[in-house]
Design a protein around this ligand. Structure first.
Ligand code: ASP
Length: 315
């Protein structure tokens, strides 16, 4: 049994391993652990108190996948419901669909009895957004009209600084039956264009699990993982016989080989079918965590670094 996560999953990993140790499933473990990160007010990249879009609206993306059945559920651009991963799981368990977006996701969350919260962004985060707009040259009068009267496309350049804008949580677990599950939740790219959806709720891009080979999940610039189908590719390379580290190296190289412009930061965590973990990054110094059933606490390990320089030229 093992749980692997991005470093910001530290607040949830012990809960996940405890669930596995008491006989719970991998799906239960990754959902419960992700909920703890979604509720962590110190984490501004997932759930409550996440960085909102350019209008100041928090739009959450999340997905969950069952590696035994290849069932998945996801929500995208969902407002006002903090427990995004649980809505994603309910999509998987209750609906004939795999992905709900926007108002439909909110409505479904209400039908499932999940709490709404229309104040998920703190005044501090709201002040950061307004300061960024002001620093970019927008007048207070224009900021007041942003919801309806201002063209936003040029202002989302606020969202092109990867130092400021990225973060997501990844959890992958393997339970005592050998079943694998993966969960990804995020508030997405900070200050994004309204309605922008990243890789996190896109099965195959930011999340993929298949008991027969392993699982992978991403954080970083979702546009890259969408273009390269990164999570599925990693699992596919394992299917083709590569080890988890060879497959992770290969998908990082696939990202580096993307042609055309992109803003680069990519991090991924993965396990193979035997529960061997791997963590990769295009940013030096990033770590990931993992814990097995016989460890008292999680280990934080450096990710393998692969250089992927940004090639961003759009005016
Ligand atoms: N991958 C997420 C997205 O593109 C954000 C991130 O991990 O920084 O929405």
């Amino acid at each position: 049994m093992i749980v692997v996560a991005s470093a910001n999953g530290r607040v949830g990993i012990q809960t996940a391993i405890d669930i596995l140790k008491s006989g719970g499933t991998a799906i239960e473990a990754v959902e419960a652990a992700t909920r703890l990160v979604e509720d962590n007010l110190q984490d501004h990249t997932v759930g409550r108190n996440g960085y909102p879009n350019i209008l100041g609206d928090l739009e959450l993306d999340a997905s969950i996948m069952n590696g035994r059945t290849l069932e998945s559920g996801a929500v995208a651009a969902m407002k006002n419901v903090p427990a995004a991963i649980t809505v994603a799981r309910k999509v998987m368990d209750k609906l004939p669909h795999a992905l709900l977006a926007g108002e439909g996701a909110e409505r479904f969350a209400a039908e499932m009895g999940l709490a709404r919260d229309e104040q998920m962004v703190s005044p501090e985060i709201e002040a950061i957004r307004k300061n960024l707009l002001t620093a970019g040259g927008m007048s207070a009068e224009k900021i007041a009209k942003l919801q309806t009267d201002i063209e936003l496309w040029d202002w989302v350049k606020m969202a092109t600084d990867p130092e400021r804008t990225y973060g997501t949580v990844n959890f992958i677990a393997q339970d005592k039956n050998g079943d694998i599950a993966s969960a990804v939740s995020t508030s997405g790219w900070a200050w994004k264009y309204p309605g922008r959806v990243g890789d996190s709720p896109i099965i195959g891009a930011g999340n993929y699990a298949d008991n027969r080979y392993g699982a992978a999940a991403c954080t970083g610039m979702g546009e890259m993982a969408i273009r390269a189908c990164t999570a599925h590719s990693l699992v596919f390379y394992m299917k083709m016989g590569q080890s988890v580290t060879e497959a992770a190296q290969r998908v990082m190289e696939d990202l580096r080989d993307l042609s055309g412009p992109y803003i680069a930061v990519m991090n991924l965590v993965a396990i193979d079918k035997d529960g061997n973990p791997a963590g990769f990054t295009s940013k030096q110094g990033r770590t990931f965590i993992y814990q097995t059933e016989d460890m008292e606490s999680c280990v934080e390990q450096d990710r393998t670094y692969v250089d992927i320089p940004s090639r961003w030229t759009k005016a």
